[in-house]
Ligand binder design. Structure first.
Ligand code: ZN
Length: 340
């Protein structure tokens, strides 16, 4: 297995998120990268930088004006009198309004789903590097690699065509999936992050060339709340090509793995050319979000199970936040996957 990582991902340094009604330090910090690199080291997997790819693969999955907002929004914000250190809107279009205004704060509210996707100085460069990492790793799998791990940060699975959310800006796994699909590959995405992959689901909801499967904590009680339920199965001729497997919060390893086993069966039946694993590690019992209780053995078995599908595989990093065992969770999954 090879691993791809781009140092520019360190440049995104968000300060805060809103939790418990208060501004708190964002856990989606560059220090995550150090832990993930440590995990790769533990698993004995060498890291290499990505080749630079044109923006086309990203632009194929994201709205043009949204990309312009991500690229230029922060600098425009800093020109405004009284601008703070992060661009975060406090007003968003509700269910009853849907116009895109010209004003920068209005646009920010339109493009930011929640308070956990601020723009700071290095956001665009890091997000683009993160997506380029997934694109490059996918290109290597399409060129014949058995498996590649893309260390992507910021993560991607909550990002929609024109909306950031939940620490995500560009949907790295979806961009990679669409790249493969554009070369006539049938793709399955299995998302094991503890939060539902709502952006990924939406991007492929009307498509049957990409099967989307998400294992996650029950959204009735967990972000993203408004999507991720079992009755969301895809639309129109793509009905049956989206599978949500919500798990009760604070379930342990066995319950989570039982859902992953259902994901395995769905992928086996779909029989894709390429498998993408959206690898969030925040189902860990030690994750600061504390919403699931999967142990290290669980991550190893998850890796073993998904490797048993025996498809060319791209593993894309999603969530997983600073904890004493973040590196071990990654190493356990990858060791399980490669059969160490
Ligand atoms: Zn997550």
């Amino acid at each position: 297995m090879l691993a791809i990582f781009d140092e520019r991902q360190f440049l995104h340094r968000p300060l805060t998120r809103i939790a418990g009604g208060e501004l708190k330090r964002s856990p989606e910090q560059p220090e995550r990268i150090a832990a993930l690199l440590h995990g790769l080291d533990e698993a004995g997997i060498a890291v290499q930088p990505p080749r630079e790819h044109p923006i086309d693969a990203i632009a194929a999955m994201h709205d043009r004006d949204y990309l312009a907002f991500l690229e230029t929004g922060f600098q425009a914000w800093r020109q405004l009198p009284g601008a703070g250190p992060e661009l975060r809107s406090s007003v968003h279009p509700s269910r009853h309004m849907s116009r895109l205004p010209q004003d920068l704060l209005g646009r920010a509210g339109f493009y930011q789903a929640d308070a956990s996707c601020v723009l700071v100085e290095g956001t665009w460069e890091a997000a683009r590097a993160s997506a380029n990492t997934a694109v490059d790793a996918m290109a290597r799998v399409l060129a014949g690699e058995d498996a590649a791990y893309a260390l992507c940060r910021p993560p991607g699975h909550h990002a929609y065509r024109d909306q950031a959310g939940g620490f995500c800006y560009l949907n790295n796994a979806a961009i990679a999936a669409n790249l493969a699909a554009s070369q006539d590959a049938r793709v399955a995405i299995v998302d094991v992050d503890v939060h539902h992959g709502n952006g990924t689901q939406a991007l492929f909801y009307n498509r049957r060339d990409v099967l989307t499967v998400s294992v996650h904590g029950d959204p009735a009680h967990l972000y993203p709340y408004y999507a991720g339920y079992a009755d969301e199965i895809g639309a129109g001729y793509a009905e049956g090509y989206n599978l949500n497997l919500p798990v009760p919060l604070m379930s342990g390893t066995e319950a989570y793995l039982a859902a992953v086993a259902k994901a395995y069966e769905a992928v086996r039946q779909f029989s894709p050319d390429v498998l993408i694993i959206a690898l969030g590690l925040d189902a860990s019992k030690d994750d600061p979000f504390a919403c699931m209780a999967v142990d290290e053995t669980g991550f190893r078995r998850m890796g073993e199970m998904l490797a048993a599908l025996r498809h060319p595989t791209l593993i894309v990093q999603e969530g997983g936040y600073p904890s004493p065992t973040l590196a071990d969770s990654l190493a356990a999954f990858l060791n399980g996957f490669v059969g160490h």
